[in-house]
Design a binder for this molecule. Structure first.
Ligand code: PAD
Ligand code: ZN
Ligand code: ZN
Length: 376
């Protein structure tokens, strides 16, 4: 049946307010307007960021909202003026736009498009209206892509065509988790061969950092997590050693200092906590260590640390979706994946039907998963 130009009714998971579990509802998804694309989502991962949305700690989210931002799907229809994709194309929605026109997009040294949610609201489409209605109420978009809906509408700056051969229930990980972690090591830190790295937080993103450090030729890769169940997978993907801070009486940064002599060359914070960010910075080599912030701390929380940590030459930098300009990079990453250059599939601990999204979040909260893929 041709659905183009028509409202589609389908299932979506809605966060009605912060602190409440998701509920699966029937939503009406309006057709795409000019420069918009409607995508049938085939698979979506659950990222730590979606959990921050449920708890209310992620910045600039308006409720009720349909979260989800690590999806892959097929274009159902396109609005006027869309030239980058056509119905039937396999695509990945981009949680960080690449509009191609703004000051950042025209620079080569940043991927922070000025249309990102941190610069401009993405709770509604660019014309300030929603394409989602549930029980007569307007529902907000998340990062413009809301992949926890079987059909979703996004601006054409936030979608990219990928190789026809790509398995969508695997390559959805390129929409956020894998690209973020792998790029944090290769693009943001630019990890060098023979170096020492410490990764705080061994979830799907942290393990992707481990993979990036390994690919860059780091010789010592130390994984740190308070859940020791994460260590098996971390060692499988390249960690040379794993530490649980709870096993030590002294702070973990002191343990790392002693272990490495002068601190690690690169430390990555991939939890989303201020304490672990300070610990990661303090674990770095005094004179030339680089600390990369990947985790998203609670919105608006002030960071405080002894400025002498920086005075001697350490660097603290942020990494936004691994530093990739997403439209340019994601299709290439997917093609490299199809050539067998890396295996993010090892991150997938569960594949479940979308209807089990609440069970999936329960597994996340119990620390029993790495990446869960939900399929429609
Ligand atoms: P996750 O929940 O799968 O993993 C977090 C891990 O941290 C878990 O294994 C926890 O056990 C572990 N942890 C919790 N507390 C501590 C602690 N005190 N010390 C050590 N480890 C601890 O999340 P994820 O891997 O999907 O995401 C991780 C963070 O990265 C999260 O804050 C998310 O919002 C952020 C993120 N950032 C970007 C970006 O562009 N920078 C993109 C995607 C995700
Ligand atoms: Zn994410
Ligand atoms: Zn831009």
């Amino acid at each position: 049946m041709d659905t183009s130009g028509k409202v589609i009714t389908c299932k979506a998971a809605i966060a009605w307010e912060p602190g409440k579990p998701l509920s699966i509802e029937e939503v009406e998804v309006a057709p795409p307007k000019s420069h918009e694309v409607r995508v049938k989502i085939i698979a979506t991962g659950i990222c730590g960021t979606d959990d921050h949305v449920l708890s209310g700690s992620f910045p600039n989210v308006h409720y009720p909202v349909i979260p989800g931002h690590e999806g892959a799907g097929i274009v159902e229809s396109i609005g006027k003026g869309v030239t980058c994709v056509k119905p039937g194309d396999k695509v990945i929605p981009l949680c960080l736009p690449q509009c191609g026109e703004c000051e950042s997009c025209l620079r080569s040294n940043t991927n922070c498009c000025l249309k990102t949610h941190l610069c401009a609201p993405q709770n509604l489409m660019p014309d300030k209206t929603s394409r989602f209605i549930c029980k007569g109420k307007q529902i907000h978009h998340f990062l413009w892509i809301s992949t926890f809906s079987e059909y979703t509408v996004m601006p054409d700056s936030t979608v990219v065509k990928i190789d026809e051969a790509a398995p969508l229930d695997k390559v959805c990980l390129f929409g956020c988790g894998f690209s973020t972690g792998y790029g944090a090591a290769l693009n943001t830190a630019q990890v060098t061969p023979g170096s020492t790295c410490a990764i705080f937080g061994l979830g799907g993103v942290g393990l992707s950092v481990v993979m990036g450090c390994k690919a860059a030729g780091a010789s010592q890769i130390i994984g740190i997590d308070i859940n020791k169940d994460k260590f098996v997978k971390a060692e499988e993907v390249g960690a040379t050693e794993c530490l649980n801070p709870h096993d030590y009486e002294k702070p973990i940064q002191d343990v790392l200092m002693e272990k490495t002599g002068h601190g690690v060359d690169y430390a990555f914070e991939v939890v989303g906590c201020l304490d672990t960010l300070t610990a990661a910075l303090a674990s770095c080599h005094r004179g030339c260590g680089v600390c990369v912030m990947v985790g998203v701390p609670p919105s608006g929380s002030p960071l405080s640390f002894d400025p002498m940590l920086l005075f001697t030459g350490r660097t603290l930098k942020g990494s936004f979706i691994g530093g990739w300009k997403m439209k340019d990079s994601i299709p290439q990453l997917v093609s490299s994946y199809l050539e067998g250059k890396f295996k993010p599939d090892v991150l997938i601990s569960h594949t479940l039907p979308f209807s089990k999204i609440s069970e999936a979040f329960a597994l996340v909260h119990a620390g029993k998963s790495i990446r869960i893929i939900l399929v429609f």
